[in-house]
Design a protein around this ligand. Structure first.
Ligand code: WT7
Length: 659
């Protein structure tokens, strides 16, 4: 990466480049009184109770936080609400039925404009259809879809019934999909024939067929029905008795459906994310607290004006950003959004900017990896478009390097739009650390300030706060409304992963430092989790996919710095001695493909190196730190603890030969 600023920056506030909010922006901002921070800090529970009361409750809560059984938090537990009614019916009842909820743009150029009234009608019909298919409160429904309106309709229909969805990103393999279906014991899968990506049809239904035909986890297959949305028109097989066409079914259902309230702690969704071991973790989010924080942060951090803004978050619904900042936060706030099905380079790199011009998008939320990719193509592309409606820019997924920040600010934001760098995680459910655009003096590369009512710390190994100017581990001490409630079906792993290290603080897995002003600079993961294009991948999961291949004896995977994707997967493998079928080059190509088909294209290694040995300590632990140095072309770190100190020499010679 070109960035060298974060982590090494001298924490002297005067030396750090910073951008104060303009007087005009502050004057019109939703939040422009810094008192909000200390007011919330005085009594965080009262603060969050106030934010929760911005929602519509069918039964008001009395109890705010129940932390009597840590780390299992309950928020607003005696209250009841319907999440979907908060996102839809409430706005229609307020006379906003004609407001546009979504401008949808398909990759081939087809468009749809959907108002809140229309979306509500579609969700009600879908809820009636799901009820007829047997979905009730407490069930799980898997969703494996492209980025189209029906995906959102499906999620909201599931939530309306008090059932939980488990959205699986459409880029995941049949094996990954099946593992998630089995873990959640989903009874229904909602999918599409295919979607459009990079100018081609990318099939989805055949992957569902493959997933359901796999052996699975040994228990009887939980899935009874598969609903298929017709999107791309590609040829697919429909299994009699199991598979149903969404549009054929839904048309026969009534558009009236009364939403009932469910307890605030009713599960809303499970979303799987990679951890340090091979098995993905099913992050469980519930209803009232989650919706409260998703909506509040969406309004505050993006300075949303639902009446006039056009908001676009480029994240796919398959990730938590799509859940919190395409579906739940923005819809709870009655926002008007753009959703786009495809990739930024189709038919050419002007596509995103043409959407901003066409829909007069005023708030754009995207990831540093996308910004860097656009930077590489050059500013002459966005400069051809009218981006003058942009007034707030957001960033998420990894630290944004100052060079990308400045480009984003200048070229996309016209030098006027503030950039909010938002730190959060699948587990936190909603934004935790970010500037407030009307209040914060922005520093490129830093997420800066915990949100009002959020208690973030940077601590040493013993859990004590580090001094300003120092680095440490990021923790969260006080429970927050949208926090993960557990790992689905595995309370022990939940405790072990996030709470065992410090006992009374949530350990995020990120390194961070606080500067002299108290601003937080994120420094990346401190565990065996990689961040590739803003997506989390587990070292262990890719290693276990590699050793499943019959040519591989041993494998080690590292996340190496990459100019565009932040980190990239680099694998080192030892082939089985008896395997003679593949040359080294063939093995390297075959293994890249193998990982992509075992986990998904996002996990495909940038490089695979066949080596004779891996660097190990005397106790047999692979020293990935040294492999990471080698993969980044750096001076190899301390090798004195290696069992065989010559291994790294051989590997780095090999790597140099490749360059
Ligand atoms: C990890 C969480 C939150 C939605 C996208 C990713 C990294 C995320 C930032 C940021 C520095 C960031 C962290 C975190 N991360 N946003 N603004 N600055 N790092 O969600 O897949 O759950 O990954 O992404 O390392 O732990 P996720």
């Amino acid at each position: 990466m070109t960035d060298t600023t974060h982590g090494t920056i001298e924490s002297h506030s005067l030396e750090v480049e910073s951008y104060p909010p303009s007087a005009e922006f502050t004057a019109q901002a939703n939040l422009n009184d810094p008192a909000v921070y200390w007011q919330a800090a005085q009594d965080p529970e009262a603060y969050w109770a106030g934010r929760a009361r911005e929602l519509k409750w069918t039964k008001p809560f009395e109890e705010v936080l129940d932390w009597s059984n840590p780390p299992f938090a309950k928020w607003f537990a005696d209250g009841e609400l319907n999440v979907t009614a908060n996102c839809l019916d409430r706005h229609v009842a307020a006379g906003l039925g004609d407001r546009v909820a979504f401008y949808f743009e398909g990759e081939p150029g087809d468009t749809r404009t959907i108002t809140y009234g229309e979306l509500t009608h579609e969700v009600k019909q879908a809820a009636n259809m799901l009820t007829a298919l047997g979905v009730t409160a407490g069930d799980r429904v898997a969703i494996y879809m492209p980025m189209i309106p029906e995906t959102i309709v499906a999620m909201l229909a599931v939530a309306r019934l008090g059932a939980a969805h488990s959205v699986v990103f459409g880029g995941f393999s049949a094996e990954s999909l099946r593992a998630r279906i089995d873990d959640a014991r989903a009874e229904l899968v909602i999918t599409a024939d295919g979607g459009y990506r990079k100018g081609r049809v990318s099939a989805l239904k055949p992957t569902v067929d493959d997933a359901l035909a796999l052996a699975g986890d040994g228990q009887p297959l939980s899935v009874e029905k598969v609903l298929v949305v017709k999107r791309a028109g590609n040829d697919i097989e429909m299994q009699e008795g199991r598979d149903l066409w969404w549009h054929d079914e839904v048309a026969s259902y009534d558009g009236e459906h009364t939403a009932v309230g469910f307890p605030a702690e009713n599960p809303l969704f499970i979303l799987y994310t990679s951890g340090t071991t091979g098995k993905p973790k099913g992050i469980l989010h519930t209803s009232g607290g989650y919706l409260t924080q998703a909506a509040a942060t969406h309004r505050d951090v993006f300075d949303l004006k639902p009446e006039t803004d056009v908001y676009w978050c480029t994240a796919d619904i398959g990730w938590v950003t799509g859940h919190s900042y395409v579906v739940y936060g923005p819809l709870a706030n009655g926002a008007t959004q753009v959703i786009y099905e495809g990739t930024p380079d189709t038919p050419d790199w002007g596509r995103w900017w043409s959407l901003i011009e066409k829909y007069k998008i005023s708030i754009l939320y995207t990831a540093p990896t996308a910004i860097r990719a656009c930077m590489k193509v050059g500013r002459q592309v966005p400069e051809k478009y009218d981006l003058s409606a942009i007034r707030v820019l957001g960033s998420v997924g990894e630290p944004i390097n100052p060079e990308a920040w400045r480009w984003y600010h200048e070229v996309i934001g016209g030098g006027r739009a503030p950039i909010v760098d938002t730190w959060w995680q699948t587990e936190t459910g909603a934004i935790m650390i970010a500037p407030l655009p009307g209040l914060t003096r922005l520093k490129p590369g830093s997420a800066q300030v915990p949100q009002p009512g959020i208690d973030v710390n940077v601590v040493d190994d013993q859990g004590g706060r580090v001094d300003r100017g120092q680095g440490g581990l990021l923790t969260i001490r006080r429970p927050w409304p949208s926090m993960v409630r557990t790992i689905w079906g595995d309370d022990a792993r939940f405790i072990d992963t996030y709470w065992a290290k410090f006992g009374d603080q949530y350990f995020a897995g990120d390194g961070a430092r606080v500067d002299e002003d108290g601003d937080v600079w994120l420094l990346g993961r401190v565990d065996d989790v990689m961040n590739v294009s803003g997506h989390r991948l587990s070292t262990a999961e890719i290693e276990s996919a590699l050793v499943e291949h019959n040519a591989v004896a041993e494998a080690a995977v590292v996340g190496a710095d990459d100019e565009t994707t932040g980190q990239a997967v680099v694998a080192f493998v030892i082939l089985k001695s008896q395997q003679t079928l593949l040359s080294e080059e063939e093995a390297e190509a075959a293994l890249k493909k193998h990982v992509a088909s075992a986990i998904g294209a996002i996990a495909r290694p940038r490089q695979v190196f066949v080596v004779n040995e891996l660097p190990k300590t005397r106790s047999g632990k692979i020293m990935r730190r040294l492999l990471k140095d080698a993969a980044e072309g750096k001076e190899i770190g301390d090798t004195t603890t290696l069992a065989d100190t010559s291994v790294m020499q051989t590997i780095s010679q090999r790597m140099r030969a490749e360059r």
